[in-house]
Design a protein around this ligand. Sequence first.
Ligand code: SF4
Length: 369
Amino acid sequence: MKYIDEFRDGALARKLARTIAMEADPARTYRLMEFCGGHTHAIYRYGVQDLMPDNLKFVHGPGCPVCVLPMARIDQAIAMAVEHGVTLCTYGDLMRVPASERQSLLKAKAGGADIRMIYSTQDALAIARRDRERQVVLFAIGFETTTPPTAVALKVARAEGLGNFSVFCNHVLTPPALKTILASAGPDGVQLDGILGPSHVSTIIGSRPYEFVPAAFAKPVVIAGFEPLDVMQSTLMLVRQINAHRCTVENQYTRAVNRDGNAKAQALMDEVFAVRERFEWRGLGYLPSSALRLADAYADFDAEQRFSVAPGQGKEIKGCECPSVLRGTMEPTDCKLFGTVCTPENPMGACMVSSEGACAAYWSYGRFR
Ligand code: SF4
């Protein structure tokens, strides 16, 4: 299949691995953060880390929207469904993420709450159209990649006068998270030499928003696709920048990303959303201007305003190291619960549940100590 098989070619992978090994300077180390969980899964699914020289290490970043959602927001969504009796619609990954007091959306559903798994925002609209007597809340999460479909759903709802539809908005913005990680880098934080940048996000916002990384932190960035050869080619591009003492934003994922992104999607987001003053990220704390809320013109569709619920407690499970894994300061196997108490069947933290979580990647592809 075009754009898939050609980026999974074993012979090309071996050739790229040889080139990286030849060009990597044995006198130094290369610590490269793959921002996205999609990169983490490609790295372990295809054994990319094992193809790298010993002095090149991938460090996992916070690029999993399910993983960075603070527990308190899941508590709040459950309270909306239970206390207000709304139909809460969300994506499958979120259903099993642990909430406070050993709750989850799935357990709340089993307890009688009307919580439904959907595949797209259009499913939530269809549910709202079918039963106009029911309040239907879309529990919207995701980075810039998944924000435009939520914006479309809101515009459609308004055009159709779907007064029983609303959105619990948890969309977050990736550049502020990367800035926080880089600002905390150093002896007490994560040590990084370069960044494999989020490419699906950049299809929307372009590569330009990451230009602060070389400018303010003197680190190179390569916007990297998600197939194994994308990751390897991007790694080589980073190695070359580091060796040449260059730092700039380069774009490996040229088949989908340009510097300015998708202007139409950005205009849609600007119309429907506004930037929140601050928002909590699991593992990173409260970050300024790092998330979106509904714009004032769409306040009628804001579930947080329509159904007031007390903020959740957001009590993390004792021993779960998701916050450190998301900051890149710990590997999943450093967590005492990994593979013992915490498995995909019995997840203790979001990083083991989500299909983009680092703990799930280690477990699925047999990365045990
Ligand atoms: Fe959290 Fe489980 Fe990962 Fe440990 S292994 S950090 S408990 S998700």
